[in-house]
Design a binder for this molecule. Sequence first.
Ligand SMILES: Cc1ncc(C[n+]2csc(CCOP(=O)(O)OP(=O)(O)O)c2C)c(N)n1
Ligand SMILES: [Mg+2]
Length: 1021
Amino acid sequence: MAWLRAVSSAAKLAVRRNLVQAGSYAKRARVLPSQNRYFHSTVYKPKAQAAPVPRPVPISRLTDSFLDGTSSFYIEELQRAWEADPNSVDESWDNFFRNFVGQAATSPGISGQTIQESMRLLLLVNAYQVNGHMKAQIDPLRLEEREIPDDLDPAFYGFTEADLDREFFLGVWSMAGFLSENRPVQTLRTILTRLEQAYCGSIGYEYMHIADREKCNWLRDKIETPTPRQYNQQRRVVILDRLIWSTQFENFLATKWTAAKRFGLEGGETLIPGMKEMFDRAADLGVETIVIGMSHRGRLNVLGNVVRKPLAQIFSEFSGGTKPVDEVGLYTGTGDVKYHLGTSYDRPTRGGKRIHLSLVANPSHLEAVDPVVMGKTRGKQYYSNDAERTKNLGVLIHGDGSFAGQGVVYETLHLSALPNYTTGGTIHIVVNNQVAFTTDPRSGRSSQYCTDVAKALNAPIFHVNGDDVEAVVHACELAAEWRQTFHSDVVVDIVCYRRFGHNEIDEPSFTQPKMYQVIRNHLSALEIYQKKLLESGQVEQEDIDRTHNKVSSILNEEFLNSKDYVPKRRDWLSAYWSGFKSPEQLSRVRNTGVKPEILKSVGKAISTLPENFKPHRAVKKIFEQRAQMIETGEGIDWALGEALAFATLLVEGNHVRLSGQDVERGTFSHRHAIIHDQETGEKYCPLDHVLMNQNEEMFTVSNSSLSEFAVLGFEMGYSMENPNSLVLWEAQFGDFANGAQVMFDQFLSSGESKWLRQAGLVVLLPHGCDGQGPEHSSARLERFLQMSDDNPYVIPEMDQTLRRQIQECNWQVVNVTTPANYFHALRRQIHRDFRKPLIVMAPKNLLRHKDCKSNLSEFDDVQGHPGFDKQGTRFKRLIKDHNVRSDLEEGIRRLVLCSGKVCYELDEERKKVSGNDVAICRIEQLCPFPYDLIQRELKRYPNAEIVWCQEEPMNMGAYNYIAPRLCTAMRALGRGTMEDIKYVGRAPSAATATGFYQVHVKEQTELVQKAMQPGPIKYPY
Ligand SMILES: Cc1ncc(C[n+]2csc(CCOP(=O)(O)OP(=O)(O)O)c2C)c(N)n1
Ligand SMILES: [Mg+2]
């Protein structure tokens, strides 16, 4: 112990001296331009200052790992603890003491002094592992001004130049890397050279924030290699070839289309060889499919050189000449700009394997595609039985500005380790060109690195100098190895620059004059690499020229071919989608009723609990009631209706996945899709047991992280993968869906039209004015309707056998009022030859409403049963008045059209006032508008005043959508114009609902009373 005390007092003395000479520790922090970094691997200029006052370490941290330890001053106490009980300290400290105390005595020439020095040296080694990246040469422009931490300075630990060639005792450690090489005695110079080479070259490694020692050791082993990384000649030629392709591709586009925006990769061309090597390595390690998401920067280059979209096609699209000619089944949608389009191809890898690559189409909204890629990858894993998640990989390419700035990045990262959302690790590549449009990093983020957000998730981060193509390749390969080994996220931050403006017509010097002065004179990564290879003698100028000529002649050839390029049938149908119909191909409506015996048997399966299972009392009762409903076939409520839809779809072989916040129990405690044994805490999911030996994931219900944007995006991606899956996302309350507005605007409502990709995603949005205040009443129905693209003034073909109304529409919006109709709406999503997103205004108080019940006969396909009409049992787009007796009801003086739960209140009021001359008709499917059924009702009540009743304020709800369409339907029948549509509902309002319950009750009562009032309604005209 004496030697430890000696360390402490010597250090304390040094500190005091230092304080006198150099002032306070805080003032010593300084900014050093990288060129002036004063401590390079072999040249050592001692600093004026010596060791500063170390930061105090609270006693509570004394159990920290050695590698995270910050001060030697407390080692004394640690040693005392260790001597008393070796198990009382972290294993790494145990190792430390064993090494020193054990070996010092027996190793010749090791004095007490060397032990003290060795300890300080170990702290220096540790400092390099933690902070070496701060000194790494990662900025190709060398413009960065980074503060080099003091603890990377040997003087900080009391070493001087005179110590460089002295030997120090480092011990033998049972950890990976540098300290494990069985070379206990080394000179300071050797040690520093190794540290600088490993940690301060073209790659800065951030990994010591990872708590898991095994993972740290794995990386340490890869980083602290005895010899610097080197590629052989053969690999170098491949890397060069890839870099030439990447560079020439951009040059070619620049010369052919001088004024076109392409968001070129110039300055970051090493991305392409990096990605290709990453994919090759991933394929060697078992990856078969890669789903890629990326934004504008370098996208065309990735499409052409990595995904291998035919160059002629890219060039043809660039010339803007590819709006495909009309052909049956060839639907084109509205299209999108070239740098947003997605595609997929199979490509061979260097190792002789084949890998399937798909680049997901994305909107301009940066990072919005991230969760979509994850969801699609997870979908692929399900459908390829990739339980280990090693065959399907998601790769996301980000910009530095957007990675740091967009919240969805963090939301997506947070899905990465959740059991029902993980994809076994996403590889993130940041094309960090150190600028975002015109914004410098110092205005664009508060963190040091743009990648800091990923540290929260314990992802390793490799910052790599984008000018060093071999370093980029190495970091990319390492990322692939990490992902395949640890199945978690990893980040490669390619620090590069943007040679031109944000796009090719932008002038960057307006805003970054100094940076662009440097860029103008900066050699390209290709020029740098060519020079390096020529100097190495491994490649001759002729070889380089030959490759350049080859690439340039292929590009020119493809350019010529592009002029005659005829687009093939749209590639919107990926593997699982063959046989599905485009909006131009008629898909007949199918029945969705189910055989009564199947309903009974699945009904029984999902309402029976295992014998020894002890549910909560109230839950037990709910399941008993469910069993009873199935038994009697009566009073089926919303939750059971939904469960029956899921169960019957499962029996038919479909995959069902429901995700969202608290969906397992259900926000309103109605679903109980997963129940908990009150004694053991064990879970039971009845819907996992509708089939014999049912695959565990076939039915998935999962509480999600508290995110709307990322989780909805994830489910969107998932639903795009395979049409035979019913994928649902439920918002806690419909209000919160606007946190995912980008998903609705950019993907759900317009994705098919822009990118020709269908999706049958179902979105459940609890909606309804029941007095819970402004934030729990509205799912903003009006917004979904406003985004619907059915023409309000044109009645489409409505004939049963010719109708393509839903196929042609961008999505469906429903406000369903019965459990049976909800059942059919869900089943209809799968029982058709196309897919279309479905927005459901989901009920809250109808979940337990005494009248919101259906009989089992409404679910079955038995002729004559209540759900069965002329065609069979189907979803009802409109529910006519239950008092209807004939096709002509001349005595009815008012037809109240409504949607959603207000229909029950209207019915109640009608009973109260005996308003038998009023008909109430529910529009269950608002979009696309059921013109045929509305007209049928208009004809049924020829003398009725026409009223639209809603509980939402006038500027919200369905009114503004309904009015012109209802008017169109009326005009066609000569039943009046806009003025003849009477409005009953709340007045316009800024907030969606009142926060005062009494006011709510008054308003609600008034509106239902008004709808039933004896005299004509004059409002709004
Ligand atoms: C959500 C969103 N906000 C703003 C924009 C407009 N915009 C397009 S590119 C860009 C800069 C992106 O910077 P960075 O992420 O660093 O990528 P870079 O263009 O530098 O490759 C901006 C702000 C956008 N596309 N998406
Ligand atoms: Mg940028």
